[in-house]
Design a protein around this ligand. Structure first.
Ligand code: MG
Length: 383
């Protein structure tokens, strides 16, 4: 349960509500109820077999979208608690933020976007909203999970102007509106965005070293990492040059703790300066959650490093290129033979969108199985 909420926090008792009104479900408040709906959804269970950076079958210890989402929820809740924000809402947004991700990480999404170029494109944030608004099939009276505005607002992190106009036309009071008005989402949503970034920066270093694609020496290029590593070594000199993972873990642990402390400090100061009366006033202000210098600059350096050294590592590029090919070939196969999809998708009026929805929902391994079934080829060893 939340402690006393700050005046600018999202109070569940003052939620803008659900698209289809439903009676309350005590003892849960409306955002706890959203969180529960997300945890029970099919899309949430699929996150366990979706790639973050490493394809699911590459190893059992790498992050998947499920463990990533749990880490985001945990970091986000720590920050929310310290800032007297709505922890339940932060948890709901964090657990739902990646529901729209395709199999094979960003490569899968790029491939699907390319396939959908003539048909309105594909954006994973928009797809996360589509999953909770329409694609989950659970309730007798409506499609989707019928979540509160505040959770949907947090899920729709980015949106192109064209898509925002299209969404706002059918849902004028919905979460796309802010991309046309140029306003910010709730502070809870802003915190989840930053928790997302902090989580993947830290766990991608961890997974990168674990996989052997990154070395501890390469991390000398990352001042933020070096700062905390030197502090650990000063306190535990025996760790220098030792094999094993204690130095890495302890460095990452301190790095994350420092980021959280700085996020809380900087955000609390920004909020105090503006002192918004409530969340609606906060939405009209510039984004208030963030880091001050030098952490902001150090975070940018870390992101650049991960792009160059890990996300564009030849081995990552090679496997993600195969993932891209799987998605593109599945798209063509289902468009040519829609009856290969379940009836809900095969009978849809907008076939390209239905194919994209069907593929986007797949786990990595289901996509590989379907690809093999429909093409007779196996693109991944051991898959
Ligand atoms: Mg994420």
């Amino acid at each position: 349960m939340n402690g006393t909420l700050a005046p600018w926090a999202c109070d569940p008792r003052r939620s803008r509500g659900r698209r289809i009104a439903q009676p309350p479900a005590p003892p849960r408040n409306e955002h706890q109820r959203d969180r529960d709906r997300i945890v029970h959804s099919t899309a949430f269970r699929r996150l366990v077999y979706k790639t973050q950076v490493f394809i699911n079958h590459e190893g059992d210890l790498f992050r998947t979208r499920l463990t990533h989402s749990l880490e985001v929820a945990q970091l986000g809740r720590s920050v929310a608690r310290a800032l007297r924000l709505n922890e339940d809402l932060v948890e709901a947004i964090a657990l739902a933020h990646d529901l729209g991700h395709t199999p094979f990480g960003h490569a899968g999404q790029d491939a699907l976007h390319e396939c959908m170029r003539e048909h309105g494109g594909f954006e994973h944030n928009l797809q996360s909203l589509r999953v909770v608004d329409r694609l989950e099939v659970r309730y007798p009276a409506f499609d989707g999970l019928n979540l509160t505005f505040e959770t949907r607002e947090g899920v729709l992190k980015h949106c192109s102007r064209r898509n925002a106009e299209r969404l706002a036309a059918t849902d004028p009071g919905g979460p796309a509106r802010r991309f046309l008005d140029g306003t910010q989402p709730s502070l809870e949503a802003q915190v989840v965005n930053l928790a997302d970034e902090m989580a993947y920066h830290a766990h991608d270093i961890d997974d990168g070293v674990r996989s052997g694609l990154l070395t501890m020496d390469q991390l000398d290029e990352v001042p933020l990492f070096v700062h905390w590593r030197e502090q650990v070594l000063a306190e535990h000199p025996a760790l220098r040059g030792q094999p094993g993972r204690r130095l890495l873990f302890e460095t990452l642990r301190r790095m994350l703790s420092a980021q959280i402390a700085e996020l809380v400090r900087h955000t609390a100061a920004a909020v105090a300066r503006h002192a918004p009366a409530d969340v609606d006033e906060l939405r009209r202000l510039p984004a208030l959650a963030g880091f001050g210098e030098p952490l902001r600059e150090q975070t940018t350096q870390l992101r650049r490093f991960l792009f160059a050294a890990l996300y564009r590592h030849p081995q990552v590029v090679q496997t993600t290129a195969l993932g891209r090919q799987v998605v593109a070939e599945l798209f063509d196969a289902y468009r040519a033979a829609p009856r290969e999809m379940p009836e809900d998708f095969a009978g849809a009026d907008d076939l390209p969108r239905a194919v994209a929805d069907y593929i986007a929902g797949m786990t990595d391994r289901f996509a590989l199985r379907e690809h093999h079934r429909l093409t007779g080829r196996r693109l991944f060893d051991g898959a």
